[in-house]
Design a protein around this ligand. Structure first.
Ligand code: SF4
Length: 459
């Protein structure tokens, strides 16, 4: 039997796409391997969000070239860099056999056929018309052994933020029919999943026959589902209807990832983010009033073209005012085909060392805030959905609170159980404690997978 190895870069959308690729390859008679040196087929599912991610892909491609030379492995590149670079990837890396875009995942068996039988190199990066695009249906057996799973509910993005490649690499927004999402949720419950995260580049602009708020509420009603999460959102789609859903439905997990990107209005304007800091904070305040126990995280870009020290001070002020539970912050990285790349010289390039120094200051501030917020949980008893053995200490159990806080604890609760944990210690990124009462037991026994059992490496 032929073996495949998938190297996944980037976001949760890519991780989910890799699962769909695995299912398509299994149907073509391939089996997974975690050892790329034994693979007959190596697929790189790539990320183009920052230059660094693209560089990582090229160095991995160099590594896999040896496997081709030694055992004639077929090598393919998928994901966002494939969509961005298309045939240029074949020119730059002559040992690559095929390049396929996010819309061509289901074409993998046909592509492999052409590479093997016609002995040609293939580029399949055509967009499927939005009307005709069919979201790959997940095989629930792929998720057996998991307590939480991600469900793709839409692809693409119609916004055009000045720094972002996603509209170029993922195309226009297409929403998945809500009936399919509910059916997939029900399938996942049958294999032991108790929490789902609805994903898309811009989920809260979902239009799959019902509104996004309705999609969330309907997913919460699927029997056996305990928690529903979602990511990633745009602040201008944080509607009153969505805020109301958080107020009335406790199964909507009280965690909201709401990327702000900058605390300066002139920078937000150049980023084409379509809101001001005060408008953003007004939405945040309304959300927190509706759901006081909510945790909020965000994304921030430091060093966007033209960002002054004064602009950056405003990002620090916003971080202080918003009191985020966590922040994903990065230095600005110029991306192909983006407005920011075109305007960089005009707006003013921020030197790399200045960007890095600002990022250090921002991350130090956020770490202090996360530590303070997490420390408030010491001495409290929190509800935790158990996901299995702790990744940091195999003698302990691991799970997350409804606020998406990581908890490593002493206890023996099975994966899928919801238990109380008495919190005894905290850090900026996690909590620790002792297991208390069991609040609910899993309906389906979840055979725990050894950590990192999947046949793909996430970089
Ligand atoms: S909303 Fe998000 S995915 Fe869409 S263009 Fe802006 S940053 Fe990119």
């Amino acid at each position: 039997m032929k073996r495949y190895f998938i190297h996944t870069f980037g976001c949760q959308m890519n991780v989910n796409d890799t699962l769909r690729m695995s299912e398509a390859l299994a149907k073509s008679g391939y089996a997974a391997t975690v050892d790329y040196e034994r693979a007959d087929l190596i697929v790189l599912n790539t990320c183009a969000i920052r230059e660094k991610a693209e560089d990582k892909m090229h160095s991995a491609l160099g590594r896999y070239r040896q496997v081709k030379l030694q055992r004639g492995a077929v090598i393919g590149v998928g994901g966002c860099v494939a969509q961005q670079e298309k045939a240029k990837l074949l020119e730059r890396s002559p040992w690559v056999d095929f390049v396929f875009g996010p819309d061509a995942i289901q074409n993998l068996p046909t592509i492999l056929d052409r590479v093997a039988k016609d002995r040609v190199r293939v580029v399949d990066t055509a967009w499927v018309d939005s009307e005709e695009y069919v979201f790959p249906r997940a095989d629930p057996e792929t998720s057996r052994g998991k307590v939480t799973e991600f469900i793709t509910i839409m692809k693409g993005c119609d916004n055009v933020c000045a720094f972002c490649v996603v509209p170029h690499t993922r195309g226009r927004e297409v929403s998945r029919p809500f009936i399919d999402v509910l059916a997939e949720t029900a399938d996942l419950v049958k294999v032991g999943v108790r929490e789902v995260t609805l994903i898309g580049q811009n989920v809260n602009s979902y239009r799959g026959g019902i509104s996004f708020a309705q999609m969330l509420l309907r997913t919460c009603e699927v029997p056996g589902i305990e928690r529903v999460r979602f990511t990633t959102s745009h602040p201008h789609d944080l509607s009153d209807e969505l805020i109301e859903a958080f107020r009335v439905q406790p199964k909507i997990a009280p965690h909201f990832h709401l990327p702000v990107q900058s605390g300066s209005d002139p920078v937000l304007k150049r980023m084409r983010r379509d809101y001001t800091v005060e408008q953003y904070l007004e939405r945040l305040a309304k959300l927190r009033a509706a759901r006081p126990d909510i945790a909020v995280t965000t994304d921030v870009i430091v060093g966007f073209p033209g960002e002054t020290e004064d602009d950056f001070q405003k990002t620090l002020e916003l971080t202080e005012r918003a009191q985020y539970d966590g922040q994903f912050s990065f230095v600005y990285s110029a991306r192909p085909k983006t407005m920011a790349l075109l305007k960089e010289e005009e707006w003013g390039v921020v030197p790399h060392e200045v960007k890095v120094e600002r990022l250090d200051r921002l991350q130090a501030l956020q770490k202090r805030i996360s530590q303070q917020l997490n420390a408030q949980n010491v001495g409290r008893t929190l509800e935790v959905l158990v996901e299995g053995r702790s990744k940091t200490d195999e003698t302990r159990r691991f799970g997350r609170t409804p606020q998406n806080r990581t908890v490593n604890f002493d206890g023996d609760a099975p994966a899928g159980a919801i238990v109380e944990v008495h919190i005894e210690r905290s850090s900026a990124s996690s909590l620790g404690g002792k297991q208390g009462r069991t609040l609910s037991s899993p309906a389906v026994v979840v055979p725990e997978k050894p950590i990192d059992a999947d046949s793909c490496v996430v970089a």
